[in-house]
Write a protein that binds this ligand. Structure first.
Ligand code: FES
Length: 86
């Protein structure tokens, strides 16, 4: 099975509106759950996606979520890895 793919928008709007914190959260979550090698975390190719108004945006396996606050980010991660374990 291929690794789940998380792309976090690091354009200045998303970054300032919450993705700086979301990125920290993802990294903390992955390392505390020993999942760092289980995810394809894409940062380099994730500059502004042209959807700033709905940001901060995070894309997981091709689905883009807008307005991602830390609580939502955690839920997305939990759901993602619950799915992977099936
Ligand atoms: S900065 Fe994220 S969509 Fe523009």
């Amino acid at each position: 099975m291929s690794k789940p793919e998380i792309t976090i928008c690091l354009g200045s709007s998303c970054f300032a509106r919450g993705n700086e914190r979301n990125l920290q959260l993802i990294e903390e979550y992955l390392s505390s759950h020993h999942l760092v090698d289980e995810v394809d975390l894409r940062l380099g190719c994730s500059l502004c996606q042209g959807k700033c108004a709905s940001g901060p945006n995070v894309t997981i396996n091709g689905v883009t979520y807008g307005g991602v606050d830390p609580g939502m980010m955690l839920e997305l991660l939990k759901n993602l890895f619950k799915e992977q374990q099936k």
